[in-house]
Design a protein around this ligand. Structure first.
Ligand SMILES: [Zn+2]
Length: 209
């Protein structure tokens, strides 16, 4: 049973817009293509459940004034697509971990892991980019090698996960952790898209190839 793709928070508001401009997302898209080639982003078959979501911290205060982290993120169920365009990225403009809610503006609803991304951004203002990928072998090796991890009983996409990652990152900011309770799930984060991407690729090549 693949535990992914289902949105476990609720949308406090969702405003559907036209496609986003490529200047918004091109920096992520360039790196996403490399991860897709390695099947760190993709789709579980035969279940047809997409996995892998990437985000970049942004300032959308002109849309909504809030202390909640604001970020651009890949839309829900885009994992199977090799190339994304302005129809597939969306803006998280507000939310609440306590209420397990996200407010979103864009052509598509935000990824089912948006709340987890929000928890990570809340852990440190220095974190600007987050890559959540899936890979069975990399996940297994990371667990064997004692990488930082979220607990087995913590399900993805919930406020419990968001709170746990916040605490985890406050203890150790190594830019990487594995989600023991979320089959194949791994998170990389950094001060830039380039940093998160490099860490993902270096770790992949270290442990898998
Ligand atoms: Zn996942």
């Amino acid at each position: 049973m693949v535990d992914d793709g289902v949105i476990k928070f609720h949308f406090s508001s969702y405003i559907k817009t036209g496609p986003l401009d490529s200047t918004e997302y091109s920096v992520i898209e360039k790196h996403r293509e490399k991860l897709f080639e390695l099947n760190l982003i993709g789709e579980y078959l035969p279940e047809q459940i997409g996995f892998g979501n990437l985000s970049l911290r942004k300032n959308y205060q002109e849309l909504v004034k809030t202390d909640f982290p604001q970020f651009l993120i890949t839309g829900t169920q885009t994992g199977k697509l090799k190339h994304l365009n302005g129809e597939h990225y969306t803006k998280v403009v507000d939310g609440s971990l306590e209420n397990q809610s996200i407010a979103c503006h864009g052509p598509l609803e935000a990824s089912s892991e948006s709340l987890t991304h929000a928890g990570i951004y809340q852990a440190s203002i220095e974190i600007k980019a987050i890559f959540h990928v899936h890979h069975p072998l990399l996940w297994k090796k990371m667990l064997e090698k004692d990488y930082s991890r979220t607990k087995k009983e913590t399900p993805y996409g919930t406020k419990e996960m968001a709170e746990e990652v916040k605490q985890l990152i406050k203890l150790s900011r190594d830019g990487i952790f594995v989600m023991e309770g979320h089959q194949d799930g791994i998170v990389f984060y950094g001060a830039s898209v380039e940093e998160a991407s490099k860490l993902a690729l270096d770790t992949y090549h270290l442990l898998v190839t």
